[in-house]
Design a protein around this ligand. Structure first.
Ligand code: TRP
Length: 451
């Protein structure tokens, strides 16, 4: 603990360590599990184009806003707002973030547990011995069991806690430096396998030749919501990671680089999945079961399928791990400052509470499926509240805060921009473009709830 900043907090050891950690946060289940299936459900290439526009117009400006807030104040998601606008209610933005972190990690850990379990099932040969047409029942049976998925979720949360306990340099930075390059290599091998299969071309054109008639209003809103989720925005994650930054990292470059890496990774995940799905004549629009049901069936037909299935589920588990770490760090950083807890105490207590809160999510897919809130089971209700309400709200407030509550001169300085054209465009995006679009999403969401 040699290089402490004035508040007694750690800082990233290297710029690349920070970049990898932020990429590790962004690249997760969102890229490998969710992006491919929502692309599949919403018509492919046209959806991707809308998604890219959302990343450029809203995602990158808000990421830059979050990094700027964090680095300027060197405080957690709540403390940073209190420091910049003392006595004002802006800190509720961070409060939403801490609550969203609890909720998101609770079900994220459940899905990550499935990925861990599928990794071992792939390794011991059990997965590929299941007849393809029974893959759906197998998956449904597994996630609907009471005990087993919870034990896998427990194992996953335990690994997350053990890394976060070690702190920024020795825990989060060190592990991201190992895991992120591993992730890149795993994905590359899978992409090469997939695009070289006979018949892969249909999957490639599904991803890259747009059919705009397949695009609905809902698809546009899904794209925007997913841009937030995938870039880890609206929850104070990037504020918290930004708060461990020294002054000498250029924030606009970092924001663009991290967003490009995240988007590139999602597209590559699509390239690893769709060519193989099409090559073996499977349905690309299978929804959330795409990677747990459709893909194992694809691996069964592929030469060396078992080897590739192990790589694939390992890929998902590792990607989920580096993201989960960043989610847990949000409340941990807050509790350390606010209540003077040690990192050890904060990580173990908060990690355990989040694990416990995930149990009903897991059970709601089986034993407790009869219990619903607004017609949603507990898992979907928590996902919906966090991803479709709290994250957009957090993003909206963050944009309004930097766009309107701070002076443009101060804001652009914090972001390493001058009041030149780019600085003005950034402020304009935060003042008008992002808020208007996010409000549309939120209005649409309230429409769904009334149903
Ligand atoms: N971005 C991660 C993914 O794509 C998930 C994630 C990590 C996240 N931190 C977040 C989502 C903060 C929302 C907010 O899987």
């Amino acid at each position: 603990m040699s290089q402490l900043d004035p508040h007694g907090r750690e800082q990233w050891k290297t710029r690349s360590g920070f970049m990898l950690a932020a990429m590790g946060s962004a690249i997760g289940l969102g890229n490998i599990w969710k992006f491919p299936y929502i692309t599949g459900e919403n018509g492919g290439a046209a959806f991707i184009i809308v998604y890219l526009v959302c990343i450029a117009l809203i995602g990158i400006p808000i990421m830059l806003a979050e990094f700027s807030i964090g680095r300027k104040t060197q405080k957690d998601a709540i403390g940073s707002f209190q420091e910049l606008t003392p006595g004002k209610p802006w800190f509720v933005t961070g409060l939403f973030g801490v609550v969203a972190a609890f909720l998101i990690l609770s079900f994220y850990g459940v899905v990550a547990g499935w990925a861990l379990s599928y990794t071992t099932k792939a390794m011991n040969g059990e997965l590929l011995s299941i007849p393809a047409e029974q893959m759906g029942d197998h998956f449904g049976g597994f996630i609907g069991t009471s005990l087993s998925p919870i034990l896998w979720q427990l194992l996953f949360m335990f690994i997350v806690i053990v890394i976060v306990v070690k702190g920024i340099k020795e825990g989060i930075e060190k592990w991201n430096k190992i895991l992120m390059p591993t992730l890149g290599v795993l994905l590359l091998i899978l992409v090469i396998r997939s695009v070289t299969l006979p018949g892969a071309g249909d999957g490639i054109s599904f991803l890259f030749s747009p059919d705009f008639s397949a695009l609905s209003t809902e698809a546009v809103l899904v794209a925007l919501g997913h841009a937030f989720f995938s870039l880890s925005l609206g929850m104070g994650t990037m504020i918290t990671y930004g708060s461990y930054l020294p002054k000498n990292v250029n924030l606009p470059t970092a924001s663009v680089g991290i967003s490009l890496a995240d988007t590139g990774f999602a597209l590559f995940a699509g390239l690893a999945i769709f060519p193989a799905v099409f090559a073996f004549g499977m349905d690309p629009g299978a929804g959330p079961g795409l990677i747990f049901i459709t893909l194992p069936a694809v691996f069964e037909l592929m030469p060396f399928g078992q080897f590739f299935s192990v790589l694939f589920f390992l890929l998902i588990s590792v990607a989920a791990l580096t993201s989960a770490i960043s989610i847990l760090e949000v409340p941990v950083a807050y509790f350390i400052r606010k209540f003077g807890w040690t990192r050890q105490k904060a990580t173990w207590i908060l990690g355990t509470i989040i694990f416990l809160f995930g149990i009903p999510s897991s059970l709601s897919l089986g034993a407790w499926s009869g219990f619903t809130i607004f017609g949603l089971n507990f898992f979907d209700a928590v996902d919906f509240l966090a991803s479709n309400i709290l994250l957009p709200l957090g993003g909206l407030l963050t944009a309004l805060f930097v766009g309107w509550a701070l002076k443009p001169k101060q804001a652009t300085e914090m972001a390493d921009l001058s009041e030149s054209t780019i600085g003005k465009l950034w402020i304009f995006a935060l003042r008008f473009v992002a808020p208007v679009l996010i409000v549309f999403v939120l209005l649409f969401v309230t429409k769904i709830i009334q149903f």
